[in-house]
Ligand binder design. Structure first.
Ligand code: FES
Length: 360
C-alpha cells in the first residue's frame, strides 16, 4: 500500500472527486490527489483529526479547519460541512464547490483522536456537524473485527431530517452488536427518538455505565460546556475525557489598524494603539492595542499568515516572536522546544508590547 506523502510545511493540492447532500443544509465531499502518479495512494491520519482547507473565494485564499469523517488508509479523504450563519468558507463549500475543483490542503493535525488512552468502553457524544470526527472514530473501530471497543454513540440534532449520516448510523447499529446508537432531537416529530435536551438523566438512561467510560465530545461550545458538566456530575473520570470544537475566539479587529500611507487611518491607529507589530521579512508593520491578538495585527499588516480555526487548535497560524512581550492562551501543536524559542499561535497570542515577528 502506498501512502500519501504530506509535506512538513505548506499545503498540497487535492481535487474534489464527489460531492453530495447529507441534509438540507450540509454536504459531504471527497478529496484525492490531482496527479496521475499519486492516484491510488492512501491517506494516513488518526481518526478524530482535522485538515486545514484553503479555498480561493473572491480572489482571496481563505483557510479553515475541518474534521475528517472518513477512515484512514483510504484513497480519498471525506469531509462533511454544514451551512452556518456568516460562514464564508462553509457556505461557499455547500453552495459552490464543484466536483473537479482543486483546493489547498494542510496535513492532518489535532490531538482529539483515537490514539488517546480510552480503554475498551467509550461514549462518542456530538451535536450537529460535531458528528464528523466521532463518525471517523466509530467507523474505524467497527471496521476492525478484532477490536473489542464497545461504543455508545449519542448524537443531538434539531430534527430527524437534520441527522447527518442517519442511514449509515442505522446500518452500523444493525450490523454491530457493540455499537449502540442514541439520537436526541429538539423536535422528534416523525421519529421514535427521544425529544428534548441531553440531560444527565437522558445520558444515564442511554448508557447506564457512563461513569466507567472514556468520552470523546464534539459540537458547538454551549453544548460541549453542558455535556462536560453532565459527565462530571455523572462521575466520569475526566482523565479520559476528550473534546474539540472549532469556535473562533472573538475578533479584536477594531483594535488594530494598518499603519499605511492613509493619513486618516494612520491617525486613527495612533489614537487607538499602544504597540507596533513588525514583520522584518516582509517589511510590514501594524499598530495594535495592548491585549489584542497577534493574528489581527498580522492580517492588518497584510502578511501571508494562515489562520484556519482561530481557536488555538489547528496550528496553522504558528509564527515566532523574536522581540517583545506577549501572553499565550493556547500552545496546542507547539512542542516544548518551540514554546521555549518563542513560537506562538498568532490567534491565541495577545500583544503586551511592541513585537517583532518571523513567519514560519
Ligand atoms: S488559526 Fe488555528 S491555531 Fe491559530
Amino acid at each position: 500500500m502506498n501512502h500519501f506523502q504530506w509535506p512538513t510545511n505548506g499545503p498540497v493540492t487535492l481535487v474534489c472527486q464527489r460531492k453530495w447532500a447529507e441534509t438540507s443544509n450540509s454536504v459531504s465531499f471527497t478529496l484525492a490527489p490531482e496527479s496521475f502518479e499519486e492516484q491510488g495512494v492512501v491517506f494516513d491520519f488518526i481518526p478524530g483529526q482535522f485538515i486545514t482547507l484553503g479555498i480561493e473565494i473572491d480572489g482571496k485564499m481563505e483557510y479553515r479547519a475541518y474534521s475528517l469523517s472518513s477512515m484512514p488508509n483510504q484513497t480519498e479523504l471525506q469531509l462533511t460541512i454544514k451551512r452556518v450563519a456568516g460562514g464564508k468558507v462553509s457556505n461557499y463549500i455547500v453552495d459552490s464547490l464543484q466536483e473537479g475543483q482543486a483546493v489547498s490542503v494542510l496535513k492532518p493535525a489535532g490531538q482529539f483522536h483515537l490514539a488517546q488512552a480510552h480503554g475498551d468502553r467509550i461514549v462518542l457524544l456530538s451535536a450537529g456537524c460535531g458528528i464528523t470526527p466521532v463518525m471517523s472514530m466509530a467507523k474505524t473501530l467497527l471496521a476492525d473485527d478484532n477490536d473489542p471497543t464497545d461504543i455508545h454513540f449519542i448524537h443531538a440534532a434539531t430534527e430527524i431530517d437534520q441527522v447527518i449520516y442517519h442511514q449509515e448510523l442505522l446500518s452500523m447499529a444493525e450490523q454491530h452488536q457493540r455499537f449502540y446508537l442514541h439520537i436526541m432531537l429538539e423536535d422528534a416529530k416523525g421519529s421514535d427518538y427521544l425529544e428534548g435536551r441531553l440531560t444527565q438523566a437522558a445520558i444515564k438512561q442511554y448508557c447506564s455505565d457512563i461513569a466507567d467510560r472514556s468520552a470523546f465530545l464534539c459540537g458547538p461550545v454551549g453544548f460541549m460546556g453542558a455535556m462536560k458538566e453532565n459527565l462530571q456530575a455523572l462521575g466520569m473520570n475526566m482523565d479520559y475525557f476528550y473534546q474539540e470544537s472549532f469556535t473562533p475566539a472573538e475578533s479584536t479587529q477594531p483594535d488594530v489598524d494598518l499603519a499605511s500611507g492613509d493619513q486618516s487611518k494612520g491617525d486613527k491607529a495612533k489614537a487607538l494603539s499602544n504597540a507596533t507589530v513588525f514583520v522584518p521579512t516582509f517589511g510590514a508593520h501594524a499598530e495594535a492595542k495592548i491585549g489584542s491578538t497577534l493574528i489581527d495585527a498580522l492580517e492588518a499588516a497584510k502578511v501571508p499568515v494562515i489562520a484556519a480555526c482561530r481557536s488555538g487548535i489547528c496550528g496553522s497560524c504558528k509564527c515566532k516572536v523574536t522581540k517583545g512581550k506577549f501572553t499565550r492562551t493556547s500552545t496546542e501543536t507547539l512542542t516544548a522546544d518551540e514554546i521555549e524559542q518563542g513560537f506562538v499561535l498568532a490567534c491565541s497570542c495577545h500583544i503586551e508590547s511592541d513585537l517583532e515577528v518571523a513567519l514560519n
